[in-house]
Write a protein that binds this ligand. Structure first.
Ligand SMILES: Cc1cc2nc3c(=O)[nH]c(=O)nc-3n(C[C@H](O)[C@H](O)[C@H](O)COP(=O)(O)OP(=O)(O)OC[C@H]3O[C@@H](n4cnc5c(N)ncnc54)[C@H](O)[C@@H]3O)c2cc1C
Length: 897
């Protein structure tokens, strides 16, 4: 029987009884309205509870002058109903608050939503009742609510943050908060006004207040990046795209990174010269679109501090050009965070406003506010007499409105506030272990505020309602995330946070704007499309990570972690799976070589090094090509003899180019990549003997190559790591040269194929078991395979140079790499191991594709420098932490480490 049958009449809601419904929705903004519509359509009884006296949420409360959206309005709209889209036309590129509020009112009327919304009703507490398996919500007016499912659509930016300044109550003038703006017009004419705070709301309102006020004083603690909105009619190019294929446009948005359909930029900053970068920047500046400038300049701007610094400086240059007073321009120029790590703002005349004679900027970094007094604001240095103070101090974002319902009591009497004391823990940003049948829309751990929120809201609502329908059909009445799934999500969140620069700024994204709040990147940084695919995968894998129960059905719990791969590895593997490539071993050696060459052409160019020299050296049987990478620093440098991967069959001295460049830059060493001979034309031991011959020749000619004499280092990846390991054994046994250290990345070390990783990772991670068999067959006949020159694990290991051995969790070669490292250690060789969680065989050589491999490459470089007796290197740009930005580091949630 549906709970609808026992729903209380509306009168109960008025009289203080208990209203029974299937679902209670809290909030009537974009999320609450769509939920209500969708749930009703699906046949659930629903009540929505809203503190405000009408619909709109954000757009009901934020009525300050200049309030607008900062995602173009044609994108910042519902897309669930094409009829609705046809029925509404936006008047501007970025609609004003009144127009967005009208739109949400129009939606509420169109679907007759208001009849199921209790306005002026604040939810105070929520308690899970184990006996009835229902939530009980108490409110500040009218009936409490008993519901099977409790959905918090309470908003990410709906709990204004109180100002942290003494004396606000003493002030005798008018006080306004941008997030709780009065419904009647506020008049500033003839008044001395202060705006405290320069986030989005401050930046939007300051130019308009300055036009009216006799004097405006802006108190700024942290400058923010702002870009001109260039508002006006909806841009023709975007509108044409939408009109020509509305469904396609919306679908593209759903699978994009930020919820707006822009392509992924592939050109990296170092492929462009200054003039080309400036041209791209000027074009973006003229377009006036946040998502465009954040995603379309160059591929590394959002992920690499060096690529980001180029944009940041171009923006600071604009600020200096607009603001006439150099001191004011300097104070307005952000230096403490990467561009985009804190939400940038779209403005209209913001910087130019500081050229007005009636506007003063007070830099609180230089003169902090001491107190608010009856007559105004006093800083360390001055007093300001004021008639009006506007607080644009932002929100207790993401968690504030949820925690304000207090307590939310889940299983065993546990309160959400205590479960989240060290930071929010969720599964998918939708659910929390221990809180059955509770859902959050755009909760912490979902893309939410890093996306076009209408797209994220629709995805969440659709996912939740579809689950409730599926549960009803299957006879389940409770759903709850497991601890395993939730801990896995925290790990995945932490992995994703390495893909962007958000971790490097103290912002409301990390909770740093609220004193005492636990710190950590709260929104999901992996992107809207990847997130959507993960949510879909949870369903397709039998509600992975959820426990489902029902009165008349067997319970179901398919426990586990939804993403164990590093986020970028997952993307690469999915992309390859979508390409439906034939197995490489079916292409023949020539075909496979052609395929790998073409594949390599599509990867980002390696970063610049001091010099690249192509030449030849004598091998065991004729000349071998090599490519030498020299650092930009003055030499002589230690030399690393490098052997590329490719199963002794594929690749050449250039095929690991980005990896060699990266390690050359990180180590400050010369890398010489050897074009050794390949099978099947040259079978075992040709490659091994070439490796030895090349190393000996380089050792003898180190000085001519600009290197340090007396020793070399060796390194390699995959079959190349096999050659590096073999070379160490041969040089030990054949009288040199002296090898100071060996770097073995995912090495082939043995001819046995029965270790578990050959099975666990044998088919799904690009390097397959079948491909390895093929490589072995082409290179080495079975009779030769136990020879240490191809199976170094079977050789004598004592007296070998110190080793750094890297293995990847999802690699068939994982266990033989670990076995080799363990055997070296047992033989007394100094060994360090890096067992890389979530990585696959190609992770570390796919530089600038698998960005989560950066920290591993930094460790490899450190090891090589240690082997060569060089001092520890300063942190590389992709290893930068908060210290470099002059702000204290957020501590990430313990579980997310
Ligand atoms: C000034 C401003 C501009 C923005 N511009 C953009 C933009 O351009 N693009 C974008 O993607 N996002 C933007 N955002 C983010 C914006 O919050 C979301 O886009 C969207 O409006 C969120 O909708 P929602 O329904 O999830 O939450 P909200 O709109 O915040 O609605 C939540 C509702 O829940 C109610 N509520 C909360 N707690 C309780 C309780 N205990 N009891 C009863 N009711 C409760 C609140 O009163 C509120 O009405 C902006 C935010 C602000 C503040």
């Amino acid at each position: 029987m549906s709970d609808a049958m026992v729903a209380a009449p509306a009168s109960d809601a008025q009289s203080g009884g208990t209203q029974r419904v299937d679902v209670a929705v809290v909030g009537a903004g974009f999320a609450g309205l769509y939920l209500l519509h969708h749930l009703r359509k699906a046949g659930f009884t629903v009540v929505a509870l809203e503190e405000g006296n009408d619909v709109g949420g954000t757009w009901h409360w934020n009525r300050y002058p200049g309030a607008r959206c900062d995602i173009q309005t044609i994108d910042y709209s519902y897309s669930f109903d094409p009829e609705l889209e046809r029925a509404w036309t936006w008047s501007e590129k970025y609609a004003t608050q009144p127009e967005i509020l009208r739109y949400l009112g129009f939606v509420a009327d169109r679907y007759e939503l208001r009849r199921d919304i209790r306005f002026g009703t604040k939810v105070k507490t929520a308690t899970w009742d184990e006996a009835t398996l229902r939530w009980v919500l108490t409110t500040d007016s009218g009936a409490s609510v008993s519901c099977r499912y409790y959905i918090m659509a309470t908003g990410c930016l709906s709990a204004p943050k109180p100002p942290e300044i003494d004396g606000v109550k003493e002030f005798k003038g008018e006080v306004y908060f941008t997030g709780r703006w009065p419904h009647q017009e506020v008049k500033f004419a003839g008044k001395r006004v202060a705006v405290i705070g320069t986030g989005s709301s401050g930046i939007q309102s300051i130019p308009l207040i300055a036009e009216q006020a006799v004097h405006l004083t802006v108190f700024q603690r942290t400058p923010n990046f702002a870009l001109p909105a260039h508002n006006g009619p909806v841009p023709a190019d975007r509108k044409t795209l939408l009109d020509n294929d509305r469904a396609g446009y919306r679908e593209q948005a759903r699978w994009s990174l930020a919820g707006v359909p822009y392509p992924q930029q592939t050109t990296v900053s170092w492929q462009l010269n200054d003039a080309e970068r400036r041209e791209r920047f000027e074009q973006a500046w003229a377009i006036g679109d946040l998502v465009y400038i954040l995603s379309q300049l160059w591929a590394d701007q959002g992920s690499d501090v060096d690529g980001n610094a180029l944009v940041a400086e171009l923006i600071r240059e604009k600020i200096r050009a607009i603001v006439k007073d150099p001191d004011t321009a300097a104070a307005l120029s952000p230096h403490d965070h990467p561009f985009g790590a804190k939400r940038p703002c779209l403005d209209t005349n913001y910087y130019a406003t500081y050229n007005r004679p009636n506007v003063t900027l007070v830099n609180l970094r230089q003169e902090p506010i001491k107190a608010i007094t009856a007559s105004g604001v006093t800083t360390d240095k001055r007093s300001f007499d004021l008639d009006v103070i506007v607080f644009a101090t932002g929100f207790d974002a993401m968690t504030g409105a949820m925690i304000a319902v207090h307590p939310i009591t889940g299983r065993a009497g546990k309160a959400l506030s205590s479960v989240w004391a060290d930071g929010p823990q969720t599964y998918l940003g939708l659910t929390v272990a221990g809180f059955p049948n509770l859902f959050m829309i755009t909760g912490p751990g979902s893309p939410s505020v890093l996306s076009n929120m209408t797209v994220s809201i629709e995805q969440h609502v659709d996912w939740v309602v579809d689950r409730l329908i599926a549960m009803r059909e299957a006879g389940f009445t409770t759903i709850e995330a497991t601890e395993t799934a939730q801990a896995g999500w925290a790990r995945h969140m932490a992995d994703c946070s390495m893909l962007t620069l958000h971790r490097l700024a103290n912002t409301w994204y990390t909770g740093a704007n609220v004193p005492g709040k636990a710190l950590g990147v709260m929104p999901y940084t992996g992107g809207v499309g990847p997130y959507r695919s993960i949510c879909n995968e949870v369903v397709s894998r039998g509600m992975l990570g959820f426990k489902l129960t029902g009165p008349n059905v067997a319970g179901q719990c398919n426990d586990g972690e939804i993403v164990r791969l590093q986020p970028d590895v997952r993307l690469v593997l999915n992309m390859m799976a979508d390409m439906k490539l034939p197995p490489i071993e079916t292409l023949g050696a020539q075909g496979a070589r052609y395929f790998i060459n073409e594949f390599n052409k599509a990867r980002p160019a390696g970063r610049p090094v001091g010099e690249v020299v192509d030449s030849t050296l004598p091998g065991n049987d004729g000349l071998l090509p090599y490519r030498l990478y020299r650092p930009a620093t003055p030499g002589p440098h230690p030399i690393v003899v490098y052997f590329h991967g490719g199963g002794w069959v594929l690749g050449d001295q250039q095929s690991d180019d980005p990896f060699c460049r990266d390690l050359c830059r990180r180590t400050g060493m010369i890398f010489v990549s050897i074009g050794y001979r390949h099978a099947p034309e040259h079978r075992f031991p040709a490659a091994a003997e070439d490796g030895y011959a090349a190393t000996r020749w380089i050792g003898e000619h180190a000085a001519e190559l600009g290197g340090m004499s007396g020793y070399v280092l060796v390194g390699g990846w995959s079959a190349g790591a096999n050659l590096a390991a073999v070379t160490c054994q041969l040089t030990r046994d054949r009288g040199g040269p002296h090898i100071a250290g060996q770097l073995l990345v995912c090495p082939v070390t043995d001819c046995a194929f029965d270790r578990p990783s050959y099975n666990d990772n044998g088919t799904a991670y690009f390097l397959t078991r079948g491909l390895m068999y093929w490589f072995w067959d082409l290179y080495c006949s079975p009779a030769d395979r136990t020879d240490p020159r191809v199976s170094p694990l079977r050789g004598k290991l004592g007296g070998l140079p110190p080793a750094f051995v890297v293995t990847c969790e999802f690699d068939p070669l994982r266990d033989e790499g670990i076995a080799y490292a363990d055997a070296l250690a047992k033989a007394g060789v100094p060994v360090e191991q890096l067992q890389a969680r979530g990585h696959f065989h190609s992770s570390f050589t796919m530089v600038d594709v698998v960005r989560t491999g950066a920290s591993g490459r930094a460790k490899m470089a450190e090891a090589l420098r240690r082997f060569a007796g060089m001092p520890k290197q300063a942190e590389q740009s992709d290893e930068v932490t908060h210290r470099d930005w002059g702000v204290s580091p957020p501590q990430f949630n313990a579980a997310a480490k």
